[in-house]
Design a protein around this ligand. Structure first.
Ligand code: GLU
Length: 371
């Protein structure tokens, strides 16, 4: 059995905790990282696109700078440690992936980048392009500029948001625990929960009883919060141990102990997320051909759009109506003015109209829910 096999999961996000990447003496655990990079390469060869969310900047930087309390004694310390550690962390990833014939790309994002829908679309488009090019995005929080109130603070939730933005169909959180236990793992009789269908109070109480390595900021509570975000967006999430060689080896990965949080039913979860308190700010009317293409899973291209209504901005939710009525809702890649200028136009005509390189679609399928 495989964990998130390529055939069922074309796009995977893998989060790696600090304690896996940074040895107690402050060195990068390069042999382990090399094994993980080999797993990523094998998955890539099997047709799976993998994005990495990597912690470890603060832990690495703190040791290089000799800062107390792992660099977490003050926000300034953490930010200086992150700035120092990130450059080494990115270098370690680039080298490990390069040995496997893969190109790494660094993306540093803040909570604001993924919560603001315009910037969310930018980050999503970059991720999609990198993955489409066969590059492995290595994402971390931009800790050196994010202040306490606007930080994710832990990369577990960041990984869930990245998965949403990347249109991934699975998330694995690798850390020094091998899953959720029904009580503190050190207590006698503690058993691993292999599968969680719904995150309820019982599951949350189990999470409160567990804790982390003290190196990252994660812990079980933030992993459950990440699972809530991912599964709510229709993406299953697994917690698995990275304390093994080759933690994502295709053949063995499913047999090792782990906890899998099942996705909420995809269609309704995506609709709920797109609706999520948002009201549609406008409507894009499309022809019958485009309506059919959307139903088949395509993005909405300008060529199939016939009319724009409302004064929506980039990132706003819009309704998409075919000749027979509403067919989908999604986030607009252009504001209403630019969308109107592109109506009926093919991709190769758009740059001349806009005066800058066009986006791939009026509404991308990753940010669209069919009705
Ligand atoms: N972004 C932090 C780092 O790279 C880690 C956050 C976490 O502990 O999850 O050091």
């Amino acid at each position: 059995m495989e964990l998130f096999p390529p055939a069922a999961c074309p796009r995977l996000v893998v989060k790696i905790g600090s304690a896996l990447l940074v040895a107690p003496d402050g060195a990068v655990r390069t042999a382990w990282l090399g094994g993980l990079a080999a797993d990523v390469a094998a998955r890539a060869r099997a047709g799976q696109q993998v994005a990495v969310v990597s912690s470890g900047a603060i832990a690495l930087g703190a040791r290089r700078l000799g800062l107390a309390r792992g660099g977490r004694a003050s926000l300034e310390d953490a930010q200086a440690a992150a700035a120092t550690g990130q450059i080494a962390l990115a270098g370690a990833w680039a080298a490990a992936l390069e040995r496997q014939g893969l190109i790494a790309a660094q993306m540093l994002v803040t909570l604001g980048d993924l919560e603001d829908r315009r910037r969310y679309l930018n980050a999503a488009a970059t991720l999609a392009r990198l993955l489409g090019l066969g590059v492995v995005p290595v994402v971390n929080e931009n800790d050196s500029v994010a202040t306490a109130e606007i930080r994710f603070g832990d990369n577990d939730r960041l990984a869930a948001r990245v998965a949403q933005a990347a249109g991934a169909s699975g998330v694995v959180l690798l850390s020094d625990v091998d899953g959720l236990y029904d009580r503190h793992p050190a207590e006698p009789g503690a058993t691993l929960v292999p599968r969680v269908e719904r995150i309820d109070g019982v599951i949350e109480r189990m999470a409160d009883a567990s804790s982390g390595s003290g190196m990252g900021s994660g812990g079980m509570a933030s992993k459950i919060a990440a699972a809530r975000i991912a599964t709510g967006a229709g993406i299953p999430l697994a917690i698995a141990s990275g304390r093994v060689e080759r933690p994502l080896a295709l053949e063995a990965s499913g047999e090792r102990p782990h906890t899998l949080f099942a996705a909420e039913r995809t269609a309704s979860a995506r609709k709920a997320w797109l609706a999520g308190g948002l009201t549609a700010m406008g409507t894009i009317h499309v022809d019958a051909g485009a309506a059919g293409a959307l139903a088949g899973g395509a993005s909405l291209l300008a060529a199939g759009a016939v009319r724009v209504e409302g004064a929506f901005a980039r990132g706003d939710l819009v309704g998409i109506h075919g000749p027979a009525g509403p067919v989908a809702r999604g986030l607009a890649e252009y504001d209403a003015v630019d969308a109107a200028r592109l109506l009926g136009r093919r991709s190769d005509e758009q740059e001349a109209i806009l005066g800058h390189a066009p986006r791939a679609a009026l509404v991308h399928r990753n940010h669209m829910a069919l009705l």
